[in-house]
Design a protein around this ligand. Structure first.
Ligand code: SAH
Length: 391
């Protein structure tokens, strides 16, 4: 924040702009933060609502066009602030209409992926929360890329801004109707930024999505799940993937820190006292690993008494993956069993797999600071004779 709170005429013009990097990106601010920003600059709090409507609802990013604000305020904003949108590095479209964007937010090579999944009655956006991921789940290709950093609130909400206004421009007046935080990264390890972005998704002056249409998905960061309940009531999805600790320790290593018992206690805590809340359990179907009837029985014993929905996700392959997807009949048998025990079970259809846009196929492009990708390439070259990729 500039120390001087007086709204001055701009010293800079469009021909002589201040360097973007020094400006405050207003996409970083939810309504409460925007109100504080305006008040500390001598403006009324309602300016926050006006700004949000321009930016999020009308897709306007130039302050000069925000005609219900005074000229001096627009000038002040143009000098000190920006609405910084990502650069689109690539845009792909799958045969089923699924779209994938590779987006960069700075002038480095870092990029994340974001996927739009059109269905008959809804447009679901799959949003990333981190550049890479630290959790290293054994079946996920994002894990193999290692980790670079958390995304900022602006970088998270900008994915929705881009997809929503692209859709509107193409003649889909509703834009994005559902958001799932199921792209790259573990949203609950980037808690504050994700919550601020989710605020904007649900805000009446932002995207006005109902809380049931915004889903945070977690591999099971238990302390953050406990905190979550106090700050938001969006839908919660939990990547379970295994019905016992021995197997889950292998598939989802964070289980060694927060075992199933603690995870399910946090799940119960999230829905306790809320009639309409349900947990969605996600379960990736891995051939010969977690897909037997015995696994299904154990699963029912674990989650049978929790108000929940079970999503079976056919494993999506990627180069050098060590797993294969379960046979269709095996998935059906698993589904029939859990459904027969009263658990609403849905098999998720793979979408956009011809452009590597399906679950667990998002890799983006970034410099790995955990050196996990290097170790992974090395182990591949040792085990399978695969040449080491150089970036
Ligand atoms: N970190 C969060 C959100 C990102 S993953 C989480 O773990 O929930 C979104 C979902 O895709 C998770 O359920 C994840 O386990 C699943 N997934 C990851 N790799 C996959 C793959 N190769 N095939 C199918 N689903 C996968």
């Amino acid at each position: 924040m500039p120390g001087n709170h007086v709204l001055a005429e701009p010293e800079y013009s469009y021909l002589n702009p201040m360097p973007t990097t020094d400006k405050i990106n207003l996409l970083d601010f939810n309504r409460a933060a925007l109100e504080r920003f305006f008040v500390s600059n001598g403006e009324k709090p309602f300016r926050a609502r006006q700004l949000m409507q321009w930016v999020h609802q009308r897709g306007i990013t130039e302050f000069a066009q925000m005609t219900d604000m005074s000229k001096s305020l627009r000038g002040f904003l143009a000098v000190h602030c920006c609405i910084e949108r990502p650069r689109i590095l690539t845009q792909q479209r799958a045969v089923d209409g699924t779209r994938k964007w590779l987006l960069s937010f700075d002038d480095s090579d870092n990029a994340i992926e974001c996927v739009l999944i059109p269905e008959k009655s809804r447009m679901t956006l799959c949003v990333s929360s981190q550049l890479g991921c630290t959790l290293n789940c054994s079946f996920c290709s994002t894990a193999k890329q290692g980790f670079n950093r958390n995304l900022s609130t602006a970088e998270i909400i900008a994915q929705l801004h881009l997809a929503h206004h692209s859709l509107i421009a193409e003649g889909y007046p509703q834009g994005v109707t559902n958001v799932v935080m199921m792209g790259m990264g573990e949203p609950l390890l980037n808690f504050d930024a994700v919550i601020a972005a989710v605020d904007m998704m649900c805000d009446d002056f932002g995207y006005a999505l109902s809380k049931r249409r915004v889903t945070i998905s977690t591999a099971g960061v238990v302390p953050a799940m406990e905190k979550l309940e106090q700050v938001t009531d969006v839908a919660l999805a939990v990547s379970l993937h295994a019905p016992n600790d021995k197997l889950r320790n292998q598939l989802v290593p964070i289980n060694r820190k927060y075992p199933i018992r603690e995870l399910l206690r946090a799940c119960r805590g999230y829905i306790e006292g809320y009639k309409s809340r349900k947990i969605t359990f996600e379960y990736v179907m891995l051939d010969g690993i977690n897909d037997s009837l015995e696994h299904a029985r154990q699963l029912v014993a674990l989650i049978g008494d929790i108000p929940c929905k079970l999503n079976l996700i056919p494993f999506n392959p990627y180069p050098h993956a060590i797993y294969q997807c379960s046979e269709a009949e095996v998935i059906d048998r698993f589904r029939d069993y859990t459904a027969s025990k009263g658990i609403v079970t849905v098999t998720r259809r793979a979408r956009g797999d011809d452009i590597d846009a399906a679950c667990g196929q998002l890799v983006g492009a970034f410099h790995d600071r955990s050196r996990r990708s290097e170790k992974y390439q090395l182990s591949l070259s040792e085990i399978q004779g695969v040449p080491i990729a150089h970036s």
